[in-house]
Design a protein around this ligand. Structure first.
Ligand code: CDP
Length: 227
């Protein structure tokens, strides 16, 4: 009632690791003709660059300085390529070492302020589906639709393990589960913009649901809100 398409320009999808955010956000963006922004890739780019430059992850000042001077380009058109200072780091940012480092760099306010500024600029370019940890609470608090995607830790670790074990044969399910729980704890316990559902977010538990099932459910939420 009284709503129009303009209300739907921003769709925020937050949730813990392995909940299926990026796959689902990308599919929803495609269905709606919105573009998709993977904010996790930006934090991963900072972590990758810190590791590659030999900067201590615990040196908050240097990591924040690095984030401020980094050029990050996300290619929305095809396979979500990520370029950092001109280098294609799309595959590298998915490395286990980067996954283990990312929550530390993401806890620094100086890093977050810089990346949030870039994310908000991106949101001004048009209709967007953005996924992350703090999109509904902090980056786009005015987003009309806020989804908090979750699933049991075991199911999330299982999904992640299936993905990772295609290329990394040295990692066990137990390690993936332990890494994921550690990252969840760091992300939800940090002081600045922690992982948590926005007050007006709709919680979608994806345990036992297929990807298509989740996409359909979210599209119904979006359409329901529009009527
Ligand atoms: O895809 P996955 O769930 O493994 O994580 P991601 O979305 O690539 O995010 C990687 C990490 O970046 C998270 O564990 C957070 O530490 C951080 N992050 C964040 O703090 N805020 C965001 N909006 C997005 C990611």
């Amino acid at each position: 009632m009284g709503n129009n398409k303009d209300n739907y320009r921003q769709i925020a999808i937050d949730g813990p690791a392995g909940a299926g955010k990026s796959t689902i956000a990308r599919m929803i963006a495609e269905k709606l003709g919105f573009y998709y922004l993977d904010t996790g890739a930006m934090y991963r780019a900072v972590a990758y660059k810190a590791l590659a430059s030999g900067i201590s992850l615990h040196d908050e000042h240097r990591v924040a300085d690095l984030a401020r001077h980094l050029t990050i380009q996300l290619d929305h058109s095809n396979k979500q390529s990520v370029f950092c200072d001109g280098e294609d780091i799309t595959a590298k940012i998915r490395d286990v070492q980067v996954s283990r480092a990312v929550s530390t760099v993401a806890s620094y306010p100086g890093v977050r302020e810089r990346l949030v500024e870039l994310q908000r600029l991106e949101a001004q370019k048009g209709n967007v589906v953005m996924d992350g940890r703090d999109i509904g609470t902090h980056v786009l608090p005015g987003a009309k639709i806020k989804i908090f995607l979750t699933a049991s830790p075991e199911e999330r670790a299982h999904r992640r393990y299936q993905e990772i074990s295609k290329t990394n044969h040295d990692i066990s399910f137990e390690q993936v589960l332990a890494d994921l729980e550690k990252r969840d704890a760091l992300d939800s316990q940090r002081q600045y913009a922690p992982l948590k559902p926005a007050e007006d977010a709709i919680i979608v538990d994806t345990t036992g649901l297929t990807i298509e099932g989740v996409v359909t459910k979210i599209i119904e939420i979006i359409r329901g809100d529009r009527s």
